[in-house]
Design a protein around this ligand. Sequence first.
Ligand code: PHE
Length: 372
Amino acid sequence: MTAILEKTKLPFADLGVSTGGEIENLFRQLTELADAEQRKVITDEEREEFRVRWLGRNDSVRVRVKRNWLDTAPKEMRRWVGTYFQYFSEHVESAYSYVKLAGEILEVDKPEDLSLPGVIRPIGTHHLIRQVFQEIEDIFFSIGFSVVEGPEIETPYYNFEALNIPEFHPVRDDMDTFYLELPKGAPGPLLLRTHTSPVQIRTMEKRQPPVRVIVPGKVYRRDNPDATHSFMFHQIEGLAVDSDITFCDFTGTIDYFVKQFFGESVKTRFRPSYFPFTEPSVEFDASCIFCEGTGTAKSGGTCGKCKGVGWIELFGAGMVDPAVYGFVNYDPKKVSGFAFGIGIDRLAMLKYGIDDIQAFFQNDVRFLRQFP
Ligand code: PHE
């Protein structure tokens, strides 16, 4: 076979051919040799060797055939030699592109290289509500509170009675909520908790003072949805009970929290309020973060956020009503404490300038992406 390669070094006159058939035969031998070699090509190096040997610019088979056979062929033979040379050249080129393509396919089929960096898939972020939970939790962690959680399905005892809200109490009107439809004979009733306060009771049942906990979670109320109402929202309950907790500790803690959350320059105030499970009860306000408490918007008009009052209502709180201690076997003469219930959605709306609570629950990524 390789004799044919030797012949590529000879000028046309020395090939001993004189007819088209003989010329064709020479080229056929060459082509067969090229094909045989091509079939053995496996590695990248072998592919490159094949290319250089048959098609390279310097002294490849093709270059030699052109220089020795074609260029020296007598005029009358040149047409034959030229035509077969052309066929041969194209054949070897396509043989080469075939191995090249096969190489690329093999490349794709190679076992995965586990050391390569992986495909990076976009990961979601924490929902703004989750982020605000964490912000608030961190603030309370810094002053010794820890997190506890409780069930979203409650008994009326924990949601109401043990919080000093007996069945006939008028505040139940606002709170009466979603009762569960239970199978016949099941102990009941059960309801979706209307606030995180039942976890105050659950915690005090299990722990002795000192107690310092916060309770993040979902709560449910029978409300019609609008820009500030949702039948489900989020609260963080706070409870601190110890032998010597004063009203001063209470307001100081709240003031610390509000300043950490909204900024040092924000002032707090409290107004008398009413909750059956705290006495005295208060409603905390913060100086309006939009008009800095002036009541006048930057544009000159009345501040739309606080309606010109300079204060924004934040959340309810109070000193734990001694009656509640009776439900958890704490001695009201020996312990005192405070509790608060922060509406997370409302606080997040205030801090991040969101004017529709529904935006939290619509899962619109254009909204969610604004809080990475
Ligand atoms: N549970 C009350 C509410 O949801 C808030 C609150 C909690 C008030 C703790 C006082 C003390 O409205």
